[in-house]
Design a binder for this molecule. Structure first.
Ligand code: FES
Length: 121
């Protein structure tokens, strides 16, 4: 399994990402809450560059007494990245599609070693 050197981990700021190419594959490397996540930059829907899309928290319905709808809100415990082609959302921590967890974007293990970040592809 090839190890891809991404660079100094600190060069990716909190909430930022980097898209790297390795042979004919693009990989999106994200930093979120101090952890690193890597996914193939190819959406399982129709191949769009999913890792280049918007980052946003999970949208939830805020309910009141008796489960009455109050408004839409954000679940700040779950961050998504959104494929720019048709809006499929992926959980940043797991790569699962938020609308249907059976779908998943291909993920890679990340490793931090002596301040350097690696992806195992
Ligand atoms: S290709 Fe990503 S949502 Fe369609």
């Amino acid at each position: 399994m090839p190890e891809i050197h991404i660079g100094r981990a600190e060069e990716i700021g909190e909430g930022e990402r980097r898209i790297v190419s390795h042979e004919d594959v693009e990989i999106g490397v994200f930093r979120w809450e101090g952890a690193y996540f890597a996914y193939r930059n190819q959406c399982p829907h129709q191949g769009g560059p999913a890792c280049e899309g918007l980052l946003m928290h999970r949208v939830v319905e805020v309910l009141g007494e008796h489960n009455t709808y109050l408004r839409m809100g954000w679940d700040k415990s779950e961050m998504h990245f959104v494929c720019p082609w048709h809006g499929w959302e992926f959980d940043l921590r797991t790569g699962e599609c938020a609308a249907d967890r059976r779908w998943k974007i291909r993920g890679y293990r990340t490793e931090l070693r002596d301040g350097e970040l690696y992806v195992h592809a």
